[in-house]
Design a protein around this ligand. Structure first.
Ligand SMILES: Cc1cc2nc3c(=O)[nH]c(=O)nc-3n(C[C@H](O)[C@H](O)[C@H](O)COP(=O)(O)OP(=O)(O)OC[C@H]3O[C@@H](n4cnc5c(N)ncnc54)[C@H](O)[C@@H]3O)c2cc1C
Length: 818
């Protein structure tokens, strides 16, 4: 039996704590009693935002859920119990209800003779209230009066009769727990014929993993619903597994970096050539030969994969002719000088980039298998559950609706939680940067790395990351928790030409602003590296350049540019405003002007055609940030997608796929990551699905496979978010229109129209577009559609996907008008 004992006060000197400590020691042969302090739990506050319950409350909730019963030590002040205990009971009955049907024993110590009888009665009443609904051991009031004198120096109760009574109460509690919790002690999903009593008896003798109370059982649990997770879940389901797929992001915001990607997938048709290219890309590192073979073989088969598994008509960006293919020309082979480069190709599921097309397809594959794949959004994975003896991974702790839940994975767990773009600590530790601005998902925080480390995984590629955007991979600076805005092409042209330069933390230039870059890497003595990141890099420019920037439709309207622009009459004043040495900044500009005049820049060899002498003033500065497109580091894996320990041995039943510890190291070739998601996602899903009947599993598998596939008792239903179409109401002359083409999935509108198809009103009912321009499109365009009475209004620049999805949803609704 495992009980938690809540010390019902926040004071340091408490005889209730002494009483509970005594009980833990005295009853140690009958139960494990763990003391829980409430001292650090903040006062209850109803206004705390959703998802933001204090971590201390979450921890206590989890402990209560895990325990067979709870003992509460109730002090008594002013004829009542302490406000700190009341606050805890309020937390535990507000958004979460872990005490529901939980057996409780009340004890109390007080310095007066009455021994906390009033406070116990009051707590008893509260524990019975709706929302708490605990089951309290009736009678058996253990009251320790005159408690300051009740203990000896070793913390034992002095009076023998008092101990006898406590033993009697505790024995009654054990019986009470057995009788009341027998049903809930059954592992979820079992249909065992054993009686409750037999089950309880058997449970007592289980080893540590068997002692875990599982909240749900699946064959495979996939963590992270991005490209790799969607793929792993789908292939595991196709191989017959019952799958749980969880994502920390709310519904519509899953998809990680995959949804933001250009959607280009690395491919090719010459195995030997492509292998040569990949070996050069990873040089001077050596990568496992079998791993490279698996990856390259996968890429050679990508076109067939897209046809066979995703029902797509794939496009080859090297060989097919179509309008718009110029946009990806420079990255078909990003390192053309490397042997084998000409064999590299890029594939997409249709003719288009940056439109979430591959992502939507992968997501649909999951939706189509809703009978096999359950999905939980807003449900972060917190910890892997590992058998301490065999080291096999047998489940995972997830946080569902603020409560930690133990999920058993019969056959395997797949880690697919993407990179660590938003983990400040990892960015400092592994990438040596103070700040990098993410261009993709804000939910990728490297949780998979920590979880893998905790179960003994080795790490690789931790120092690799890619950038994209302006100059060598920058964006206009944004707040710490915001995504940077990806600008390339025309915007980069205007920023890397003329009287404009970039300075690092000391006010000097640190790279060639007009230099070609390859996903943020610039040439470095024969190799390609991402330049050392600066804490506060600035672009410095003059009025002429400012006028040019004002003409750029995207830059001039971008809030982070407009709001952060710094203007000064002199270089001296500007230097002060951006916190660099005045003399150094002056010198930087003099050198730049001289290079422009001489048509030769000897420091970084910027193309003379891009240089122009600065005006006399005013001068401008705008803060920039180096971007992080994706990281590559994580747990080391092998060609079977198994996660390895430092001895290169697989951690049993643990798999990984995608950006979390991916294969791409050193020089990065665009398309490499999505190829990785498709190739290793499939391998991971299929291998995780294989039923595990080895000796490693014995300790945590249920008796038979059927036992695990039966319906769970209602009280343990955790909910499935992989549900069918939502219904929306309509009034007179109203029609619902849908489009699945948004960046974040479905866009649903309610159109009001007369019988002649005149557009009277357009309301957005559902959307999950990205927080910047996508939302602007959905805010502005409906009004314009009504004013102009047509669907085909101007799209918002930079939000073509969201604009298109909106138009298609309105068209869908309009088509229903008779
Ligand atoms: C702007 C941009 C363009 C790109 N273009 C390309 C391209 O064209 N081609 C290419 O190959 N690569 C491209 N990349 C890189 C590529 O998108 C990613 O490497 C790839 O999508 C990673 O897929 P993934 O499934 O491993 O991770 P992701 O797609 O990032 O998914 C990870 C998921 O895990 C979830 N998660 C995180 N923590 C937890 C947790 N604790 N519990 C549960 N869930 C969790 C996240 O919410 C997320 O949904 C691009 C990246 C960006 C940002």
């Amino acid at each position: 039996m495992h009980f938690i004992a809540i010390v019902g006060t926040n004071t340091k000197q408490s005889t209730n704590r002494k009483l509970l400590s005594f009980m833990a020691k005295h009853f140690s042969s009958e139960a494990n009693i763990e003391l829980c302090e409430i001292r650090n739990i903040p006062m209850f506050n109803e206004n705390k935002p959703q998802n933001d319950d204090p971590v201390e409350v979450k921890e206590l909730t989890s402990k209560v859920l895990q325990a067979d019963g709870v003992i509460i030590g109730c002090p008594e002040y002013t004829h009542s119990f302490p406000s700190s205990l009341k606050s805890v009971l309020e937390w535990l009955s507000y958004r979460v209800h872990p005490l529901a049907e939980k057996p409780i024993m009340l004890v109390g110590a007080s310095k007066y003779a009455t021994g906390a009888s009033r406070s116990q009665n009051q707590v008893r009443e509260i524990l019975d209230s709706p929302g708490v609904s605990a089951i309290v051991l009736p009678g058996n009031e253990f009251l320790l009066g005159n408690s300051y004198d009740a203990f000896d120096s070793a913390g034992n109760i002095k009076d023998k009769k008092t101990i006898d009574f406590l033993e009697q109460c505790f024995s009654n509690f054990l019986e009470f727990v057995n009788n009341n919790s027998a049903v809930s002690q059954k592992p979820v999903g079992t249909t065992s014929n054993k009686t409750n009593e037999e089950f309880v008896k058997e449970n007592k003798t289980m080893n540590t993993i068997k002692d875990i109370r599982w909240d749900a059982i699946y064959d495979v649990v996939v963590l992270g619903f991005g490209g790799a997770g969607a793929t792993a879940a789908r292939f595991a389901a196709d191989d017959g597994a019952k799958v749980l797929l969880v994502d920390s992001a709310p519904e519509g915001h899953e998809g990680g970096n995959t949804r933001y990607a250009a959607q280009l997938v690395g491919s090719g048709d010459d195995f030997d050539g492509l292998k040569k290219y990949y070996k050069n890309l990873t040089f001077p590192m050596n990568l496992d030969e079998e791993m490279i073979d698996t990856y390259v073989e996968g890429m050679v088969g990508i076109q067939d994969y897209l046809k066979k598994y995703l029902d797509a008509e794939p496009v080859s960006w090297r060989h097919d002719d179509f309008e718009g293919k110029e946009v990806a020309k420079s990255i078909i082979a990003e390192f053309p000088e490397f042997p084998g480069a000409q064999t590299h190709d890029l594939a997409t599921v249709h003719q288009g980039v940056f439109d979430a097309a591959l992502w939507q397809n992968l997501k649909q594959q999951v939706s189509k298998r809703s009978d096999k794949i359950e999905v939980m959004y807003s449900t972060p994975a917190r910890k892997l559950i590992q058998d301490p003896t065999t080291k096999a991974i047998c489940g995972v702790v997830i946080e569902r609706e603020h409560v930690l839940r133990n999920i058993k994975a019969q056959n395997g767990v797949v880690l697919a939680m993407g990179g660590f773009e938003n983990n400040q600590q990892y960015i400092e530790d592994f990438l040596g940067a103070k700040k990098l601005t993410p261009l993709g998902s804000i939910y990728n925080k490297g949780a998979g790395i920590k979880m893998a480390q905790e179960v003994g995984a080795d790490l690789w590629h931790m120092n690799n990351f890619e950038s994209l955007g302006l100059l060598h991979g920058m964006a206009f600076s944004v707040e710490d928790d915001e995504r940077g805005r990806l600008m390339i092409g025309a915007q980069n042209q205007v920023l890397s030409n003329g009287s404009i330069l970039a300075v690092g933390d000391d006010g000097t230039r640190y790279f060639n602003e007009s230099e070609e870059n390859r996903h943020g890497h610039i040439k470095n003595h024969g190799s390609w590296k991402v330049p050392l990141n600066q804490v506060h890099p600035y672009l410095i420019f003059d009025q002429t350049k400012k006028n040019e920037l004002d003409k750029d439709d995207i830059i001039s309207k971008y809030e982070s540019y407009r709001n952060n622009l710094i203007k000064a009459d002199s270089i001296a004043q500007l230097a002060k405003l951006i916190d660099v040495d005045e003399a150094v900044l002056k010198e930087t500009i003099v050198r730049f002007d001289n290079a422009a005049k001489n048509k030769e820049e000897t420091e970084f060899h910027r193309d003379p055609k891009t240089l122009r002498v600065f005006d006399k003033g005013p001068f401008y500065a705008i803060k920039m940030a180096q971007t992080v497109l994706n990281t590559q580091g994580g747990p080391r894996r092998n060609s079977r997608s198994e996660v390895l320990n430092p001895d290169a041995q697989p951690i049993p039943h643990l798999y990984s796929a995608g950006e979390l510890g991916g294969i791409c190291a050193n020089h990065y070739q665009g398309g490499g990551n999505l190829a990785e998601c498709l190739i290793f996602g499939k391998i991971a899903g299929q291998n995780a699905a294989v039923p595990k009947v080895d000796e490693l599993s014995i300790s945590y598998l249920s008796d038979t496979a059927e036992e695990n596939n039966t319906e769970r008792p209602k009280s343990f239903t955790l909910g499935n978010d992989n549900t069918t179409e939502e219904k929306f109401t309509t009034g007179k002359d109203q029609y619902i229109g849908r489009s699945a083409a948004g960046i974040g999935g479905e866009v649903v509108v309610r159109l009001t129209s007369d019988s002649k198809k005149n557009i009277k009103n357009v309301e957005i009912l559902k959307q999950s577009e990205s927080g910047d321009v996508g939302l602007e499109a959905l805010e502005k365009m409906p009004e314009e559609m009504v004013t102009k009475n047509k669907i085909d209004v101007d799209a918002i620049s930079g939000a073509s996907v969201s604009s298109k999805a909106l138009k298609s949803a309105v068209a869908d609704a309009l088509n229903q008008v008779n």
